[in-house]
Design a protein around this ligand. Structure first.
Ligand code: GDP
Length: 472
Protein backbone atom coordinates (compact mmCIF):
# COMPACT_ATOMS: atom_id res chain seq x y z
CA UNK A 1 0.00 0.00 0.00
CA UNK A 2 2.88 2.23 0.92
CA UNK A 3 4.38 1.63 -2.52
CA UNK A 4 1.10 2.33 -4.29
CA UNK A 5 0.67 5.52 -2.28
CA UNK A 6 4.22 6.50 -3.15
CA UNK A 7 3.61 5.84 -6.83
CA UNK A 8 0.34 7.72 -6.77
CA UNK A 9 2.09 10.65 -5.16
CA UNK A 10 4.82 10.53 -7.73
CA UNK A 11 2.31 10.34 -10.59
CA UNK A 12 0.38 13.20 -8.97
CA UNK A 13 3.52 15.30 -8.80
CA UNK A 14 4.47 14.52 -12.36
CA UNK A 15 0.97 15.34 -13.51
CA UNK A 16 1.08 18.58 -11.61
CA UNK A 17 4.38 19.47 -13.19
CA UNK A 18 3.03 18.66 -16.62
CA UNK A 19 -0.10 20.71 -16.07
CA UNK A 20 1.98 23.56 -14.70
CA UNK A 21 4.21 23.52 -17.67
CA UNK A 22 1.38 23.44 -20.17
CA UNK A 23 -0.46 26.19 -18.36
CA UNK A 24 2.48 28.52 -18.08
CA UNK A 25 1.90 31.43 -20.29
CA UNK A 26 4.11 33.49 -22.38
CA UNK A 27 3.79 36.97 -23.81
CA UNK A 28 6.13 38.96 -26.03
CA UNK A 29 5.86 42.65 -25.45
CA UNK A 30 7.59 44.87 -27.98
CA UNK A 31 8.66 48.38 -27.08
CA UNK A 32 9.46 50.84 -29.80
CA UNK A 33 9.58 54.53 -30.66
CA UNK A 34 11.86 56.84 -32.58
CA UNK A 35 15.24 57.51 -31.00
CA UNK A 36 15.08 59.56 -27.83
CA UNK A 37 11.38 58.84 -27.45
CA UNK A 38 12.19 57.21 -24.12
CA UNK A 39 12.47 53.45 -24.78
CA UNK A 40 15.43 52.83 -22.49
CA UNK A 41 13.85 54.81 -19.64
CA UNK A 42 10.53 53.01 -20.19
CA UNK A 43 11.96 49.49 -20.15
CA UNK A 44 14.14 50.25 -17.14
CA UNK A 45 11.11 51.53 -15.26
CA UNK A 46 8.89 48.66 -16.42
CA UNK A 47 11.34 46.04 -15.15
CA UNK A 48 11.92 48.03 -11.98
CA UNK A 49 8.20 48.38 -11.21
CA UNK A 50 7.64 44.66 -11.77
CA UNK A 51 10.62 43.59 -9.67
CA UNK A 52 9.10 45.59 -6.81
CA UNK A 53 5.51 44.39 -7.22
CA UNK A 54 5.13 42.80 -3.83
CA UNK A 55 5.87 46.10 -2.06
CA UNK A 56 5.03 48.58 -4.77
CA UNK A 57 2.49 51.18 -3.63
CA UNK A 58 2.81 53.05 -6.89
CA UNK A 59 0.71 50.81 -9.14
CA UNK A 60 -2.94 51.33 -8.10
CA UNK A 61 -4.24 51.08 -11.69
CA UNK A 62 -2.58 47.71 -12.30
CA UNK A 63 -5.29 45.44 -10.92
CA UNK A 64 -3.13 42.32 -10.54
CA UNK A 65 -0.98 44.28 -8.08
CA UNK A 66 -3.80 46.23 -6.47
CA UNK A 67 -5.71 43.01 -5.71
CA UNK A 68 -2.61 41.20 -4.53
CA UNK A 69 -2.72 38.57 -7.30
CA UNK A 70 0.68 39.30 -8.72
CA UNK A 71 3.03 37.78 -6.19
CA UNK A 72 6.43 38.61 -7.54
CA UNK A 73 8.71 38.88 -10.52
CA UNK A 74 12.23 37.84 -11.24
CA UNK A 75 14.63 38.13 -14.12
CA UNK A 76 15.35 34.85 -15.89
CA UNK A 77 17.66 34.05 -18.79
CA UNK A 78 16.12 34.85 -22.14
CA UNK A 79 15.50 32.15 -24.71
CA UNK A 80 16.72 33.95 -27.83
CA UNK A 81 20.42 33.75 -27.16
CA UNK A 82 21.45 35.61 -30.29
CA UNK A 83 19.63 38.79 -29.25
CA UNK A 84 21.61 41.15 -26.98
CA UNK A 85 20.33 41.49 -23.44
CA UNK A 86 18.75 44.75 -22.32
CA UNK A 87 21.20 46.51 -19.97
CA UNK A 88 18.96 46.85 -16.92
CA UNK A 89 21.81 46.80 -14.38
CA UNK A 90 23.74 49.44 -16.30
CA UNK A 91 20.63 51.63 -16.56
CA UNK A 92 19.92 51.35 -12.84
CA UNK A 93 23.59 52.05 -12.21
CA UNK A 94 23.25 55.42 -13.97
CA UNK A 95 20.05 56.31 -12.15
CA UNK A 96 21.50 55.39 -8.76
CA UNK A 97 24.81 57.17 -9.29
CA UNK A 98 25.52 60.49 -7.71
CA UNK A 99 24.49 62.76 -9.27
CA UNK A 100 21.84 60.60 -10.95
CA UNK A 101 22.06 60.35 -14.74
CA UNK A 102 19.78 59.11 -17.52
CA UNK A 103 20.64 55.63 -18.80
CA UNK A 104 22.57 55.24 -22.04
CA UNK A 105 20.13 54.32 -24.79
CA UNK A 106 20.45 51.02 -26.64
CA UNK A 107 20.88 51.28 -30.39
CA UNK A 108 19.88 47.86 -31.55
CA UNK A 109 17.32 45.23 -30.79
CA UNK A 110 17.60 44.00 -27.20
CA UNK A 111 15.63 41.67 -25.03
CA UNK A 112 14.98 40.71 -21.46
CA UNK A 113 12.83 38.05 -19.82
CA UNK A 114 10.85 38.21 -16.59
CA UNK A 115 8.95 35.44 -14.84
CA UNK A 116 5.81 36.81 -13.18
CA UNK A 117 4.30 34.63 -10.47
CA UNK A 118 0.58 35.18 -9.96
CA UNK A 119 -2.59 33.66 -8.52
CA UNK A 120 -4.85 32.70 -11.41
CA UNK A 121 -8.37 34.03 -10.97
CA UNK A 122 -10.31 32.06 -13.54
CA UNK A 123 -10.37 29.24 -16.07
CA UNK A 124 -8.38 25.99 -15.97
CA UNK A 125 -5.48 27.77 -14.28
CA UNK A 126 -7.54 28.45 -11.19
CA UNK A 127 -8.79 24.87 -11.16
CA UNK A 128 -5.39 23.20 -11.23
CA UNK A 129 -3.03 25.62 -9.63
CA UNK A 130 -2.62 28.00 -6.77
CA UNK A 131 0.02 29.92 -8.62
CA UNK A 132 1.03 30.21 -12.24
CA UNK A 133 3.87 31.84 -14.16
CA UNK A 134 3.64 34.32 -16.95
CA UNK A 135 6.88 34.63 -18.89
CA UNK A 136 7.22 38.15 -20.19
CA UNK A 137 9.72 38.82 -22.97
CA UNK A 138 10.34 42.52 -23.43
CA UNK A 139 11.85 43.29 -26.82
CA UNK A 140 13.18 46.73 -27.56
CA UNK A 141 13.87 47.90 -31.11
CA UNK A 142 14.32 51.30 -32.78
CA UNK A 143 11.13 52.71 -34.32
CA UNK A 144 13.27 53.86 -37.23
CA UNK A 145 13.36 50.27 -38.41
CA UNK A 146 9.61 50.36 -39.00
CA UNK A 147 10.06 53.29 -41.36
CA UNK A 148 11.64 50.81 -43.76
CA UNK A 149 8.55 48.69 -44.33
CA UNK A 150 7.43 50.67 -47.40
CA UNK A 151 10.79 49.86 -49.03
CA UNK A 152 9.58 46.32 -49.55
CA UNK A 153 7.05 47.68 -52.03
CA UNK A 154 9.44 49.98 -53.93
CA UNK A 155 12.19 49.00 -56.32
CA UNK A 156 15.41 50.99 -56.36
CA UNK A 157 14.27 53.42 -59.05
CA UNK A 158 10.89 54.07 -57.39
CA UNK A 159 12.66 54.65 -54.08
CA UNK A 160 15.12 57.05 -55.73
CA UNK A 161 12.24 59.03 -57.18
CA UNK A 162 10.54 59.25 -53.82
CA UNK A 163 13.75 60.41 -52.16
CA UNK A 164 14.21 63.09 -54.83
CA UNK A 165 10.68 64.33 -54.15
CA UNK A 166 11.30 64.89 -50.43
CA UNK A 167 14.47 66.90 -51.02
CA UNK A 168 13.11 70.32 -50.15
CA UNK A 169 13.15 72.79 -47.24
CA UNK A 170 15.48 71.74 -44.46
CA UNK A 171 16.29 68.44 -46.13
CA UNK A 172 17.53 70.15 -49.25
CA UNK A 173 19.74 72.43 -47.18
CA UNK A 174 21.22 69.49 -45.28
CA UNK A 175 21.72 67.45 -48.45
CA UNK A 176 23.99 69.97 -50.18
CA UNK A 177 27.28 68.23 -49.44
CA UNK A 178 26.03 64.81 -50.41
CA UNK A 179 24.47 66.14 -53.62
CA UNK A 180 27.69 67.91 -54.54
CA UNK A 181 29.86 64.82 -54.00
CA UNK A 182 27.57 62.74 -56.19
CA UNK A 183 27.19 65.33 -58.95
CA UNK A 184 29.70 63.60 -61.24
CA UNK A 185 28.61 60.07 -60.35
CA UNK A 186 28.33 58.09 -63.58
CA UNK A 187 25.70 55.36 -63.16
CA UNK A 188 26.93 53.44 -66.20
CA UNK A 189 30.64 53.35 -65.36
CA UNK A 190 31.98 50.02 -64.04
CA UNK A 191 31.12 49.58 -60.36
CA UNK A 192 33.56 51.50 -58.19
CA UNK A 193 33.25 50.31 -54.60
CA UNK A 194 35.44 53.02 -53.16
CA UNK A 195 33.47 55.80 -54.81
CA UNK A 196 30.17 54.24 -53.73
CA UNK A 197 31.48 53.98 -50.19
CA UNK A 198 32.39 57.68 -50.22
CA UNK A 199 29.06 58.90 -51.56
CA UNK A 200 27.22 56.55 -49.19
CA UNK A 201 29.11 58.06 -46.27
CA UNK A 202 27.98 61.54 -47.36
CA UNK A 203 24.40 60.28 -47.75
CA UNK A 204 24.50 58.67 -44.29
CA UNK A 205 25.90 61.87 -42.88
CA UNK A 206 22.97 63.75 -44.41
CA UNK A 207 20.52 61.34 -42.74
CA UNK A 208 22.24 61.84 -39.38
CA UNK A 209 22.04 65.59 -39.84
CA UNK A 210 18.32 65.38 -40.61
CA UNK A 211 17.83 63.85 -37.19
CA UNK A 212 20.35 65.79 -35.18
CA UNK A 213 20.24 69.24 -36.74
CA UNK A 214 16.92 69.26 -38.54
CA UNK A 215 14.85 67.65 -35.76
CA UNK A 216 13.45 65.39 -38.51
CA UNK A 217 12.39 61.84 -37.86
CA UNK A 218 11.44 60.37 -41.18
CA UNK A 219 14.77 59.01 -42.37
CA UNK A 220 15.10 56.15 -44.79
CA UNK A 221 16.74 53.63 -44.77
CA UNK A 222 16.29 53.48 -41.00
CA UNK A 223 19.33 51.23 -40.41
CA UNK A 224 21.66 53.86 -41.82
CA UNK A 225 21.21 55.96 -38.68
CA UNK A 226 20.79 53.04 -36.29
CA UNK A 227 22.93 50.31 -37.83
CA UNK A 228 23.33 48.12 -34.74
CA UNK A 229 25.58 45.20 -35.64
CA UNK A 230 25.55 46.14 -39.35
CA UNK A 231 27.71 49.25 -38.88
CA UNK A 232 30.23 49.48 -41.73
CA UNK A 233 28.78 46.57 -43.73
CA UNK A 234 28.42 47.02 -47.53
CA UNK A 235 24.67 46.42 -47.21
CA UNK A 236 24.51 49.88 -45.64
CA UNK A 237 26.48 51.44 -48.47
CA UNK A 238 24.13 52.66 -51.16
CA UNK A 239 22.18 55.83 -51.84
CA UNK A 240 19.23 56.90 -53.98
CA UNK A 241 20.00 57.95 -57.53
CA UNK A 242 18.94 61.57 -57.56
CA UNK A 243 21.13 62.94 -60.37
CA UNK A 244 19.60 61.12 -63.28
CA UNK A 245 18.77 64.15 -65.45
CA UNK A 246 20.83 62.92 -68.39
CA UNK A 247 19.27 59.50 -68.69
CA UNK A 248 15.82 58.11 -69.26
CA UNK A 249 14.31 55.88 -66.63
CA UNK A 250 14.42 53.00 -69.08
CA UNK A 251 18.16 53.42 -69.59
CA UNK A 252 18.72 53.39 -65.84
CA UNK A 253 16.44 50.36 -65.40
CA UNK A 254 18.36 48.41 -67.99
CA UNK A 255 21.87 49.28 -66.83
CA UNK A 256 24.40 46.47 -66.61
CA UNK A 257 24.61 44.72 -63.25
CA UNK A 258 28.37 45.39 -63.06
CA UNK A 259 27.89 49.13 -63.43
CA UNK A 260 27.76 51.63 -60.57
CA UNK A 261 23.98 51.73 -60.57
CA UNK A 262 23.93 47.94 -60.87
CA UNK A 263 25.81 47.76 -57.59
CA UNK A 264 23.44 50.25 -55.92
CA UNK A 265 20.46 48.21 -57.07
CA UNK A 266 21.85 44.94 -55.84
CA UNK A 267 22.73 46.38 -52.42
CA UNK A 268 19.28 47.92 -52.16
CA UNK A 269 17.74 44.56 -52.95
CA UNK A 270 19.94 42.85 -50.40
CA UNK A 271 18.87 45.46 -47.82
CA UNK A 272 15.20 44.77 -48.61
CA UNK A 273 15.57 41.01 -48.28
CA UNK A 274 18.17 40.56 -45.57
CA UNK A 275 17.60 43.58 -43.35
CA UNK A 276 14.01 44.76 -43.68
CA UNK A 277 12.30 41.47 -44.35
CA UNK A 278 14.49 39.63 -41.87
CA UNK A 279 13.47 41.98 -39.06
CA UNK A 280 9.77 41.44 -39.78
CA UNK A 281 10.23 37.69 -40.10
CA UNK A 282 12.54 37.07 -37.15
CA UNK A 283 11.18 39.57 -34.66
CA UNK A 284 8.09 41.53 -35.58
CA UNK A 285 5.92 38.57 -36.59
CA UNK A 286 6.43 37.06 -33.13
CA UNK A 287 5.27 40.01 -30.99
CA UNK A 288 2.00 39.73 -29.07
CA UNK A 289 1.70 43.24 -27.75
CA UNK A 290 3.25 46.51 -28.82
CA UNK A 291 3.79 49.84 -27.09
CA UNK A 292 4.87 52.76 -29.27
CA UNK A 293 6.47 55.63 -27.40
CA UNK A 294 6.09 59.11 -28.81
CA UNK A 295 7.83 62.24 -27.60
CA UNK A 296 5.30 64.90 -28.65
CA UNK A 297 7.05 67.62 -26.69
CA UNK A 298 10.38 67.79 -28.52
CA UNK A 299 8.75 68.59 -31.91
CA UNK A 300 6.49 71.15 -30.21
CA UNK A 301 9.67 72.80 -29.01
CA UNK A 302 11.43 72.48 -32.37
CA UNK A 303 8.75 73.95 -34.63
CA UNK A 304 6.31 73.22 -37.39
CA UNK A 305 8.54 71.35 -39.85
CA UNK A 306 9.77 69.03 -37.16
CA UNK A 307 6.23 68.45 -35.91
CA UNK A 308 4.83 67.65 -39.35
CA UNK A 309 7.77 65.40 -40.02
CA UNK A 310 7.11 63.44 -36.84
CA UNK A 311 3.51 63.11 -37.92
CA UNK A 312 4.63 61.68 -41.24
CA UNK A 313 7.03 59.33 -39.48
CA UNK A 314 4.21 58.09 -37.22
CA UNK A 315 1.96 57.50 -40.23
CA UNK A 316 4.71 55.42 -41.81
CA UNK A 317 5.36 53.59 -38.60
CA UNK A 318 1.71 52.63 -38.30
CA UNK A 319 1.78 50.93 -41.69
CA UNK A 320 3.33 48.00 -39.85
CA UNK A 321 0.10 47.45 -37.95
CA UNK A 322 -2.21 47.49 -40.92
CA UNK A 323 -3.14 43.88 -41.33
CA UNK A 324 -5.91 44.23 -43.93
CA UNK A 325 -6.05 41.25 -46.26
CA UNK A 326 -4.02 42.83 -48.99
CA UNK A 327 -1.53 44.49 -46.66
CA UNK A 328 2.12 44.02 -47.35
CA UNK A 329 2.74 42.33 -44.01
CA UNK A 330 -0.16 39.94 -44.31
CA UNK A 331 1.21 38.87 -47.65
CA UNK A 332 4.59 38.12 -46.07
CA UNK A 333 3.75 36.69 -42.64
CA UNK A 334 0.90 36.38 -40.23
CA UNK A 335 1.64 38.98 -37.57
CA UNK A 336 -0.13 38.41 -34.28
CA UNK A 337 -0.10 41.66 -32.34
CA UNK A 338 -3.57 42.12 -30.82
CA UNK A 339 -3.09 45.29 -28.78
CA UNK A 340 -1.14 48.46 -29.46
CA UNK A 341 -0.64 51.22 -26.95
CA UNK A 342 0.57 54.65 -27.99
CA UNK A 343 2.19 56.50 -25.11
CA UNK A 344 3.13 60.18 -25.01
CA UNK A 345 6.29 59.99 -22.90
CA UNK A 346 8.01 62.42 -20.51
CA UNK A 347 4.69 63.83 -19.29
CA UNK A 348 6.55 65.09 -16.22
CA UNK A 349 7.91 67.80 -18.55
CA UNK A 350 4.52 69.52 -18.38
CA UNK A 351 2.24 70.39 -15.46
CA UNK A 352 -0.44 67.80 -14.60
CA UNK A 353 -3.41 69.84 -15.86
CA UNK A 354 -1.78 69.64 -19.33
CA UNK A 355 -1.75 65.83 -19.38
CA UNK A 356 -5.25 65.45 -20.88
CA UNK A 357 -4.16 67.78 -23.70
CA UNK A 358 -1.10 65.64 -24.29
CA UNK A 359 -3.26 62.53 -24.69
CA UNK A 360 -5.69 64.36 -26.92
CA UNK A 361 -2.86 65.62 -29.12
CA UNK A 362 -1.43 62.12 -29.43
CA UNK A 363 -4.87 60.75 -30.29
CA UNK A 364 -5.15 63.29 -33.06
CA UNK A 365 -1.72 62.41 -34.33
CA UNK A 366 -2.45 58.74 -34.66
CA UNK A 367 -6.19 58.66 -35.16
CA UNK A 368 -6.40 59.80 -38.72
CA UNK A 369 -4.18 57.00 -39.90
CA UNK A 370 -5.96 54.60 -37.57
CA UNK A 371 -9.41 55.50 -38.88
CA UNK A 372 -8.62 55.12 -42.54
CA UNK A 373 -6.64 51.91 -42.37
CA UNK A 374 -7.83 48.44 -41.62
CA UNK A 375 -6.24 47.40 -38.37
CA UNK A 376 -8.04 44.10 -38.23
CA UNK A 377 -8.45 42.66 -34.80
CA UNK A 378 -6.06 45.09 -33.14
CA UNK A 379 -7.11 47.17 -30.17
CA UNK A 380 -5.53 50.58 -29.77
CA UNK A 381 -5.37 53.12 -26.98
CA UNK A 382 -3.42 56.25 -26.04
CA UNK A 383 -1.96 57.33 -22.69
CA UNK A 384 0.45 59.92 -21.42
CA UNK A 385 3.10 58.75 -18.99
CA UNK A 386 6.47 59.47 -17.45
CA UNK A 387 8.58 56.34 -17.13
CA UNK A 388 10.86 58.01 -14.61
CA UNK A 389 9.41 61.11 -13.06
CA UNK A 390 12.07 63.81 -12.77
CA UNK A 391 9.98 66.78 -11.62
CA UNK A 392 7.58 67.57 -8.83
CA UNK A 393 4.40 69.44 -9.68
CA UNK A 394 3.29 72.38 -7.53
CA UNK A 395 2.08 75.95 -7.69
CA UNK A 396 3.79 79.33 -7.64
CA UNK A 397 2.30 82.73 -6.85
CA UNK A 398 2.05 84.87 -9.94
CA UNK A 399 0.39 88.31 -9.95
CA UNK A 400 -1.75 87.46 -6.97
CA UNK A 401 -2.88 83.99 -8.07
CA UNK A 402 -1.53 80.47 -7.82
CA UNK A 403 -0.33 79.06 -11.13
CA UNK A 404 0.82 75.48 -11.79
CA UNK A 405 4.56 74.93 -12.04
CA UNK A 406 7.19 72.18 -12.06
CA UNK A 407 10.21 71.87 -9.85
CA UNK A 408 13.31 69.91 -10.77
CA UNK A 409 17.03 70.08 -11.44
CA UNK A 410 18.30 70.82 -14.92
CA UNK A 411 21.09 68.66 -16.34
CA UNK A 412 23.71 70.97 -14.81
CA UNK A 413 22.16 70.34 -11.40
CA UNK A 414 20.60 73.77 -10.85
CA UNK A 415 17.23 73.71 -9.14
CA UNK A 416 14.49 75.27 -11.29
CA UNK A 417 10.81 76.09 -10.96
CA UNK A 418 9.13 76.65 -14.30
CA UNK A 419 5.89 76.65 -16.22
CA UNK A 420 6.89 75.11 -19.56
CA UNK A 421 3.73 76.17 -21.40
CA UNK A 422 0.44 74.78 -22.63
CA UNK A 423 0.20 71.69 -24.77
CA UNK A 424 -2.21 72.25 -27.68
CA UNK A 425 -5.28 70.00 -27.48
CA UNK A 426 -5.50 69.67 -31.22
CA UNK A 427 -2.93 69.58 -33.99
CA UNK A 428 -1.29 72.99 -33.75
CA UNK A 429 -2.22 75.60 -36.36
CA UNK A 430 -0.29 78.60 -37.68
CA UNK A 431 -1.19 80.81 -34.75
CA UNK A 432 0.24 78.29 -32.30
CA UNK A 433 3.58 78.36 -34.07
CA UNK A 434 3.57 82.12 -34.27
CA UNK A 435 2.84 82.63 -30.56
CA UNK A 436 4.68 79.54 -29.48
CA UNK A 437 5.25 79.94 -25.80
CA UNK A 438 6.18 76.32 -25.34
CA UNK A 439 9.60 75.73 -23.93
CA UNK A 440 10.78 72.91 -21.72
CA UNK A 441 14.14 72.06 -20.30
CA UNK A 442 15.62 68.63 -19.79
CA UNK A 443 15.62 67.59 -16.17
CA UNK A 444 18.04 65.36 -14.36
CA UNK A 445 16.46 62.27 -12.73
CA UNK A 446 15.65 62.61 -9.02
CA UNK A 447 17.94 60.91 -6.52
CA UNK A 448 16.77 57.31 -5.94
CA UNK A 449 16.94 54.73 -3.17
CA UNK A 450 18.00 51.38 -4.58
CA UNK A 451 15.33 49.48 -2.62
CA UNK A 452 12.43 51.67 -3.74
CA UNK A 453 10.58 51.52 -7.04
CA UNK A 454 11.29 54.37 -9.47
CA UNK A 455 8.85 57.29 -9.37
CA UNK A 456 6.65 57.40 -12.48
CA UNK A 457 3.40 58.72 -13.87
CA UNK A 458 0.83 56.20 -15.14
CA UNK A 459 3.20 53.30 -15.76
CA UNK A 460 0.49 51.29 -13.96
CA UNK A 461 -2.09 52.30 -16.56
CA UNK A 462 0.24 51.11 -19.33
CA UNK A 463 0.93 47.83 -17.49
CA UNK A 464 -2.78 47.23 -17.02
CA UNK A 465 -3.49 47.75 -20.70
CA UNK A 466 -0.60 45.62 -21.89
CA UNK A 467 -0.62 42.78 -19.36
CA UNK A 468 -3.78 43.03 -17.22
CA UNK A 469 -5.73 40.35 -19.12
CA UNK A 470 -2.76 37.96 -19.16
CA UNK A 471 -2.63 37.85 -15.36
CA UNK A 472 -6.22 36.79 -14.72
P1 GDP B 1 15.55 56.02 -26.41
O1 GDP B 1 16.52 56.57 -27.40
O2 GDP B 1 14.17 55.85 -27.03
O3 GDP B 1 15.99 54.78 -25.70
O4 GDP B 1 15.33 57.17 -25.33
P2 GDP B 1 15.85 57.25 -23.81
O5 GDP B 1 15.06 56.33 -22.94
O6 GDP B 1 17.31 57.16 -23.78
O7 GDP B 1 15.36 58.73 -23.46
C1 GDP B 1 15.95 59.86 -24.05
C2 GDP B 1 15.99 60.98 -23.06
O8 GDP B 1 14.67 61.41 -22.78
C3 GDP B 1 16.58 60.60 -21.71
O9 GDP B 1 17.96 60.69 -21.70
C4 GDP B 1 15.93 61.62 -20.80
O10 GDP B 1 16.61 62.86 -20.89
C5 GDP B 1 14.56 61.80 -21.42
N1 GDP B 1 13.52 60.98 -20.77
C6 GDP B 1 13.13 59.70 -21.05
N2 GDP B 1 12.11 59.32 -20.26
C7 GDP B 1 11.83 60.36 -19.45
C8 GDP B 1 10.87 60.59 -18.41
O11 GDP B 1 10.04 59.74 -18.06
N3 GDP B 1 10.92 61.84 -17.82
C9 GDP B 1 11.79 62.80 -18.18
N4 GDP B 1 11.76 63.96 -17.54
N5 GDP B 1 12.71 62.62 -19.14
C10 GDP B 1 12.73 61.42 -19.77
Amino acid sequence: IKKIRHDMNRIGNELNKLVNRSLDRHVRLAVTGLSRSGKTAFITSLINQLLHVSTNPRLPLFTAVRDGNLLGAKRVPQRDMHVPKFGYDESMGSLLSSPPAWPEPTRDVSQTRLALRYKPQKGPMKLFQETATLYLDIVDYPGEWLLDLPLLDLDFMAWSKQQTKVLKGKRLELAQEWMAIGETFDPFAPADEVLIERISAAFTDYLYKCKAEGGLHWVQPGRFVLPGELAGAPVLQFFPMIWDHNYTEQQLQQADEHSNIGMLKSRYKYYQQHVVKAFYRDHFSKFDRQIILVDCLQPLNAGTESFNDMRQALDQLMQSFKYGRSSLLRRLFSPRIDKVLFAATKSDHVTPEQHPNLVSLLQQLVNEAWQTASFEGIKMDCVSLASIQATEPGFVAHQGSQVPALRGCNLEGESQTIFPGEVPRRLPNESFWQNNGFDFVNFRPLAQQSDEPLPHIRMDKALQYLLGDKLK
